[in-house]
Design a protein around this ligand. Structure first.
Ligand SMILES: Cc1cc2nc3c(=O)[nH]c(=O)nc-3n(C[C@H](O)[C@H](O)[C@H](O)COP(=O)(O)OP(=O)(O)OC[C@H]3O[C@@H](n4cnc5c(N)ncnc54)[C@H](O)[C@@H]3O)c2cc1C
Length: 611
């Protein structure tokens, strides 16, 4: 399968909009400069196109298989995995001290978009391996760090995260997997985990599971969970491999999408022979695991955006080629034209494009804040981290929900062919759906936003994020082109404030909050993203003005301006950036704002209905 991506927009967002260069050359990013980051991005794009994308269809067709107790992935995955691991990409954003590449998170986000867009199924193993390694680096003893970190960051071994059990999905605190201390300082693990991504496969000689389990004296609920590192094959004190560690894959799921990613049911210690290492303090496992989950939640939003971006680019290429029906301006007999000429097809493609750019902006800004949180000391670092905390459920849920819809619009562009397996549109749609489900469903993300993240620190971080958006709306209020979208943004921001106040004042506030959490998250995601696209449009306007000046073209002279757009790719790019921002505001903001009507009216049909 061919992978197409708008590298120009990736680089614009990374360098022309975000002040990424200010992060480089000092502190933890002392060894990086812009040129090197651009080389990294180009190399990642090459690997994505040449190594990962060609295996995406194999993953979907062949899928993962369970045979004689072991999972095999499509043969082509092994070479692609080796390329990514061999290039040091697994630990892209991890510390060089333990074998990571040390990339800033903003750059890591771009790399992850490229890999996930080219092959979502395979890229999941990199995400999980990096996440497990990072947990061990941050919370392991020297012994555990020494045994596992480098092996994970180098991709020699892979990693997983094991939370879900048959009766403990959204309610992780209901987990019953047990851990009993042993005389050798390790723990005997026993229990069943289900839905474990890359829980078993044949690409590495060992798999390192991060497992939540309960010690004998543990309190009930999430506060009683501890975190353990449990390798599939035992690891000797010197780092060599020992015998099997009694971790068995009982079955794999047969799923709607991401067929190449094995989703495994794992039995730990069914023969009482499974040993693990405690990570961090006893009963503190959920707090530690949240670090991996929060990073993974941002990456799930990113996966959705990546697949949506690939789907949009593929649909655009198809629309250019497919000839059907005469031009809408034609009268009488006329030859058929490319479907890209039809206004409704252009609407589907441009709405998709503007949503992809919006998701990319939201994810890159969150990654930038994460870099600032790591670089800045004291209160400033904490302030940036508080923004990341608020944005995490929004990145996860808003981007994964809309990416699925984008893949649907893109499938529609193909007409009947989109519904067949001849084109990639249907795989993109099936693959994108998982984003709203795993890493905590989007319903749970919305509750996290309204019940925990919004009120955190007296509501300061949430208010400050909205304040940044309001400043942007104010900045463009008088702009002839961007004024109307800025006004829509201003109205959406007012609505967020009014709805939050209404929930506080109503006697049925808590129920209203739960019933409307998902639409509220949608409104917040749309408003924050619209603000970022407006900022980008501001940069694009300035760049376009420079080109117009240099070429002596008056934008009001329609003919001369169209000729410039046809001849100058930069001018066309900036022109499109401005249109993406305004289109997104017109399409996304009024629709998201209208969702407040039900809350204001106190509409409770879902509760009152007999179901
Ligand atoms: C392909 C795939 C890969 C996965 N990979 C992993 C993995 O690597 N590791 C891992 O540990 N898990 C993994 N999971 C599990 C995934 O995280 C869970 O499926 C998810 O958290 C939901 O849990 P559940 O399926 O038990 O649904 P349930 O918890 O039963 O939820 C069902 C529905 O009820 C809603 N709901 C539940 N509780 C509430 C509430 N309090 N308020 C409002 N709504 C609620 C949910 O939003 C959902 O719509 C994976 C799942 C899939 C499908």
């Amino acid at each position: 399968m061919e992978y197409r991506v708008d590298l120009r927009d990736l680089k614009f967002q990374l360098f022309d909009w975000l002040p990424t260069e200010e992060l480089l050359g000092a502190g933890r990013y002392a060894d990086w400069d812009r040129e090197q980051i651009e080389m990294v991005v180009d190399e990642a794009a090459k690997i994505a196109r040449e190594k990962l994308a060609p295996t995406n269809e194999d993953g979907d067709d062949e899928g993962a298989r369970l045979e004689n107790g072991r999972v095999t992935v499509p043969a082509s995955f092994r070479e692609a995995y080796a390329t990514v691991a061999g290039g040091g990409w697994v630990g892209s954003t991890c510390s060089p001290e333990h074998g990571g590449m040390g990339l800033p998170h903003v750059a890591g986000t771009v790399v992850n978009e490229l890999f996930s867009g080219a092959n979502l199924s395979l890229s999941l193993v990199f995400l999980l391996t990096r996440g497990a390694g990072q947990l061990i680096e941050d919370h392991g003893t020297d012994e555990v760090r020494g045994l596992f970190c480098e092996k994970l960051y180098s991709g020699e071994w892979s990693g997983t995260m094991c939370l879900t059990e048959p009766h403990a999905g959204s309610d992780v605190g209901a987990s019953t997997t047990s851990a009993v201390p042993l005389e050798n300082g390790r723990y005997r693990i026993k229990g069943e985990k289900i839905f474990i991504t890359f829980g078993d496969h044949d690409m590495t000689e060992n798999i390192v599971h991060a497992v939540l389990a309960r010690l004998p004296d543990a309190p009930a609920g999430t506060r009683g969970l501890s975190l353990f590192v449990v390798p599939r094959v035992r690891v000797e004190a010197g780092g060599g491999l020992g015998g099997a560690n009694d971790v068995v894959c009982g079955s794999i799921e047969h799923k709607l999408g991401i067929h190449g990613s094995p989703t495994c049911s794992l039995l730990f210690g069914s023969a009482d022979g499974c040993e693990g290492f405690l990570l961090g303090e006893p009963h503190n496992g959920m707090r530690i695991m949240f670090e991996m989950m929060n990073a993974a939640r941002i990456e799930v939003g990113l996966q959705g955006m990546a697949v949506a971006g690939a789907a949009q680019q593929a649909a655009l290429a198809y629309a250019r080629e497919r000839v059907q029906s005469r031009h809408w301006t034609a009268r009488g007999a006329a030859p058929p034209v490319s479907i890209l000429e039809h206004p409704d097809v252009r609407r589907m493609l441009w709405t998709s494009e503007s949503y992809v750019q919006a998701m990319r902006a939201l994810l890159l800004q969150t990654s930038y804040f994460l870099d600032k949180a790591h670089l800045a000391a004291g209160d400033e670092g904490a302030r940036y981290q508080s923004y990341v905390d608020v944005l995490t459920p929004i990145c996860k849920a808003w981007a994964s929900d809309w990416s699925f819809r984008v893949t649907e619009w893109c499938l529609q562009v193909y007409g009947g062919y989109g519904y067949t397996r001849d084109y990639p549109a249907e795989q993109y749609l099936r693959d994108a759906k998982i984003g709203s489900i795993y890493e905590g469903t989007n319903g749970i993300q919305a509750l996290d936003l309204v019940a925990r993240k919004m009120p955190a620190a007296g509501g300061r971080p949430f208010r400050e994020l909205l304040g940044m958006a309001a400043a942007t709306a104010g900045r463009f209020a008088e702009d002839p082109l961007l004024g109307p979208p800025a006004a829509l943004l201003g109205r959406a921001l007012e609505e967020i404030g009014e709805l939050a106040a209404a929930v506080q004042e109503r006697p049925d506030g808590p129920l209203m909050m739960m019933l409307n959490a998902v639409p509220f998250l949608d409104l917040t995601g749309a408003a924050l993203s619209a603000h970022l696209l407006l900022e980008q449009a501001g940069v694009a306007q300035a760049r376009r003005a420079e080109i117009l000046r240099a070429k002596g073209v008056d934008a009001a002279d329609r003919e001369a301006y169209q000729a410039l757009l046809a001849a100058d790719r930069d001018a066309a790019f900036y022109h499109n950036k401005i249109l993406a921002a305004s289109h997104f505001a017109y399409r996304a903001l009024p629709a998201a704002t209208a969702a407040g009507v039900a809350l204001r009216a106190g509409e409770t049909a879902p509760i009152d209905a007999v179901m």
